[in-house]
Design a protein around this ligand. Sequence first.
Ligand code: HEC
Ligand code: HEC
Ligand code: HEC
Ligand code: HEC
Ligand code: HEC
Ligand code: HEC
Ligand code: HEC
Ligand code: HEC
Ligand code: HEC
Length: 323
Amino acid sequence: MKPKFILFLGLFALVACTDLQQLRSDNQIHPVREYEQLIVGRLDANYVGDENCLGKCHKHEQIRKDFQLSVHGEQISSDTELPLVNCESCHGPGSLAIEGVGQTEKDKCKFETLLQLEQLPAQAQSLICLKCHSAASTPVLTYWNASTHANNDVSCFDCHELHKGPQQKVSRKEMAELCFKCHSDIRAAFEQFSHHPIPERKIACIDCHDPHGSPQDHLLRGITPKETCTRCHMEVQGPFVFEHADITENCDNCHVSHGSPNPPLLKSSQPFLCLQCHTGHMVSSMNDANMKGVFYNRCTDCHSSIHGTDIPSASGGGSFIAR
Ligand code: HEC
Ligand code: HEC
Ligand code: HEC
Ligand code: HEC
Ligand code: HEC
Ligand code: HEC
Ligand code: HEC
Ligand code: HEC
Ligand code: HEC
């Protein structure tokens, strides 16, 4: 190919790629400069430091105070005593924004020269945070790139609102509301008669899920489905001499996790829950000799140690009769 033609192609690629939407599509090869600009800001601007940014653009008094009290604001280099994280770390270099400010009344801060964070594609938004928060420095992000959230265009700042106050984390109190914004169907589950105490704020979504990613399906915490639950419900963990086969390896076989009309959090009511896998049996009443063969609805009235037991039954089997 002639050099001229290659140049033409290069130029074409540059023009075509200014469309940010394209970053989302497959196999994008951005010219490096263009891509850099997405996350570091205009290349003709320089970093000017907090004193200049904040001094010239006084509007942000509350933002400034909140930021200084935040974990980000508190990160100071021990060598230079300069902030490690400042406004420009996320908003891009600010020299163009403050150019001329204060010289005449009319000169305003030109915020449009900063990175337009809201307009970036989700992946680029997250990269702004990930340039500091690598998995090595922030272990919760180990599975981020493979996570359902990252792969569905959810970005760090969909959840972390950094200027709401000094708090950079998501408060436990507000967490459920945050998640329900996008997962409204889950809210309905927790309104069921039997539910994990999320509405009562005794536990939070992150006690079972890691929104940043996990080696398990459904962003679940723990190594196995069982462990997701037995981290709190240790009494049913086992191992027991008489196990309910491997049924209890996944509590999901009998329980739902969010909410259910059948207490305690059962998938269906008894005896139907058990009859999915067993045939029921008649039980002769111990007190009344005339009453033979009663079919009891509540299997766990007798099979009360349904999660497993160490105590043998009369026949020497397990049968989960005794606790
Ligand atoms: C850790 C990254 C980060 C740092 C550091 C940071 N910001 Fe922000 N800032 C953001 C994000 C993210 C948004 C919100 C974009 C959006 O609306 O989703 C934002 C939005 C803003 C907004 C507009 C929205 C609003 O809340 O009114 C202003 C103004 C602002 N930042 C000023 C500052 C100033 C001043 C500093 C330094 C004291 C600063 N920011 C430091 C990430 C940061
Ligand atoms: C210039 C580097 C830098 C950037 C960019 C940055 N952070 Fe941070 N962040 C830090 C450092 C350093 C800490 C403190 C040490 C730590 O907890 O890892 C921190 C801490 C945090 C914390 C924990 C706060 C706490 O109370 O423990 C959260 C949450 C956080 N950052 C979110 C974000 C998000 C979201 C973004 C992107 C909008 C972002 N950060 C961008 C450097 C950065
Ligand atoms: C779906 C919502 C969501 C997304 C997306 C998200 N986070 Fe979080 N993040 C949370 C919640 C909830 C917590 C736990 C509460 C807390 O500790 O803040 C948290 C905690 C953190 C912490 C504190 C971890 C610790 O060990 O204390 C850091 C740092 C953090 N997130 C950074 C990020 C970064 C960087 C991104 C983007 C790559 C991101 N988060 C994306 C919801 C989210
Ligand atoms: C900005 C919107 C948004 C917010 C906020 C959000 N999510 Fe999501 N979440 C999504 C999207 C989109 C998906 C992928 C599509 C889907 O499965 O619904 C997803 C998927 C998930 C999944 C995985 C579903 C599966 O079957 O793999 C879980 C679990 C989840 N989110 C939990 C949470 C939790 C917990 C929070 C709050 C800390 C949260 N989400 C906040 C948008 C969001
Ligand atoms: C007690 C543990 C637990 C808590 C607390 C919990 N979840 Fe789940 N969640 C699970 C389990 C287990 C699954 C996967 C199996 C299933 O669907 O029941 C799941 C599945 C999901 C899914 C994907 C499947 C679906 O039903 O759409 C989403 C989204 C989700 N949870 C969101 C949330 C949100 C939001 C919260 C907080 C309001 C929350 N979860 C609290 C255990 C929990
Ligand atoms: C963070 C701790 C925690 C985790 C993890 C957890 N639970 Fe729970 N669970 C609770 C609390 C707290 C209650 C409410 C106890 C109460 O109200 O007395 C509860 C109640 C229950 C109940 C009884 C409900 C009732 O109405 O009495 C069942 C069944 C249950 N959990 C199953 C599960 C399953 C299955 C999982 C895994 C998907 C799980 N739990 C994970 C804390 C947890
Ligand atoms: C074979 C079905 C089945 C499986 C699998 C199962 N459970 Fe249960 N679980 C039940 C039944 C039925 C009850 C109600 C017992 C009753 O009514 O006396 C129950 C009750 C509970 C309770 C309420 C307190 C109690 O002990 O009565 C908790 C907590 C619980 N299960 C946790 C779990 C956890 C965690 C797992 C996974 C390790 C699990 N269950 C697996 C059937 C099951
Ligand atoms: C998902 C299927 C499934 C469900 C639901 C289920 N079980 Fe089981 N159960 C099994 C399997 C598999 C075995 C092991 C069978 C074997 O070893 O012959 C078993 C074993 C048993 C045994 C011991 C049998 C013996 O030979 O000692 C009893 C008793 C029992 N289950 C009662 C119940 C009761 C009561 C319920 C409802 C609360 C229930 N099961 C729900 C699958 C299930
Ligand atoms: C009144 C008490 C009682 C009730 C209620 C009860 N069982 Fe049983 N079940 C027993 C006894 C006792 C045994 C024999 C235990 C032994 O010695 O091994 C048994 C044995 C079993 C066995 C072992 C296999 C067999 O047939 O020998 C299964 C499976 C079983 N029951 C399932 C159920 C189911 C499902 C229900 C509910 C529809 C239920 N049971 C209700 C007392 C009861």
